[in-house]
Ligand binder design. Structure first.
Ligand code: A2P
Length: 336
């Protein structure tokens, strides 16, 4: 059986990779419909060697669409995803619009794939990129040793903020190297040769929404509201690939050797943990353009009897967004 697939946000940083991953993994696409705003309606995108005309999401009739992948921002999802679902499509939504709704499953394909079928509204939510890669690595440890607390600091690349954010990093870098003035637009302050401890909006508790996503989504996906998460989310001048310094506290002690062995056979994880220069994953050397979640720097937390430190790196546009969305589509397709 083939599926008619719509991609909303097909011209964006994530949408573009959704198209290439659908092709790369040979997803059984019947008709592919790329959708975006009226700004890019009429332009073409390439899919499996064909040029396909982008249509305006606002005026597109979703009748006949089987699966819709949405990555065009939260407000766009809120407005249009329910219309696609009402027309019979299964919506896989990459925005945060529905993630915390009780009747919308939030699924990492390696962690809680069984939950894709529990979708009364026809909508499945794709987790935030930082939560996604963290849980691919931590879920196996949680199941075996019981994670009580997670301290995490993220180092997030600019592609997570979309195409215009990547352009801003490139432009500022060139301008600063040419001794020119810069004019920050997408980020509140200079991002080139800098880092910014602020992603998404500030909340009343002093955390940013990006940080609270790590708290809320970790609990929902692992199905355990007792897990404590203490997050700091930082934007860094990297184009592709998020990195995370993670310190976990477990109920039962886990040694670095045991963690390495468990993670070596965990789905979606690659351990890169040699204690020598370059023997650890970085966004550029390992993650960018790859599917796996890379884990290195595994070592005991000297300050806690049941603490373990890890360094977790993955391509935020692939596993953190587009790849997981396509993997969820594969689970839906497998239902027949
Ligand atoms: P467009 O190219 O027409 O602006 P990115 O995350 O890289 O900034 O990409 C965002 C994606 O979401 C783009 O494909 C963009 O289309 C699309 N998009 C943004 N706003 C809307 C909207 N109101 N309706 C439909 N698509 C939208």
């Amino acid at each position: 059986r083939r599926f008619n697939v719509a991609v909303a946000g097909a011209t964006g940083a994530v949408g573009e990779v959704m198209l290439s991953i659908l092709a790369e993994r040979d997803f059984p696409v019947g008709t592919l419909v790329p959708l975006a705003s009226e700004r890019s309606a009429g332009s073409t995108i390439e899919f499996r060697g064909d040029d396909i005309v982008v249509q305006d999401l606002a005026t597109f009739d979703p009748t006949g669409i089987d699966i819709a992948l949405f990555s065009a921002g939260g407000d766009t999802s809120k407005e249009y995803a329910p219309k696609f679902a009402a027309a019979g499509a299964v919506v896989i939504d990459n925005s945060s619009a529905f993630r915390y709704d009780d009747d919308v499953p939030l699924v990492v394909s390696e962690v809680n794939p069984e939950q894709v079928t529990q979708r009364p509204r026809g909508i499945i939510a794709n987790p935030n990129c930082s939560t996604m890669q963290m849980l691919v690595a931590l879920a196996p440890l949680h199941r075996r040793y019981g994670i009580e607390r997670i301290n995490v600091t993220t180092y997030q690349s600019v592609s997570g903020a979309g195409r215009s954010a990547m352009e801003e990093l490139g432009k500022q870098t060139a301008q600063l190297l040419g001794f020119q003035e810069i004019d920050p637009q997408k980020f509140p302050v200079q991002i080139a040769f800098n880092l910014i401890p602020h992603i998404d909006s500030f909340l009343d508790n002093g955390f940013t929404k990006e940080e609270m996503k790590l708290v809320w989504e970790t609990r929902k996906i692992l199905g355990d509201d007792s897990i404590q998460v203490n997050p700091t989310a930082v934007r860094v001048p990297v184009f592709y690939g998020h990195s995370e310094a993670v310190a976990i506290e477990t109920r039962e002690k886990v040694t670095p050797e045991a963690a390495r062995e468990l993670l070596a056979s965990a789905p979606g994880v690659e351990v890169v943990d040699e204690r020598r220069p370059g023997g650890y994953p970085t966004p550029v050397t390992h993650a960018s353009g790859k599917d796996a979640v890379f884990v290195g720097r595994i070592r005991e937390d000297l300050s806690h009897p049941r603490g373990l430190n890890l360094w977790i790196v993955s391509d935020n546009i692939r596993k953190g967004a587009a790849l997981n969305a396509v993997q969820l589509a594969e689970l839906v397709a497998a239902e027949g």
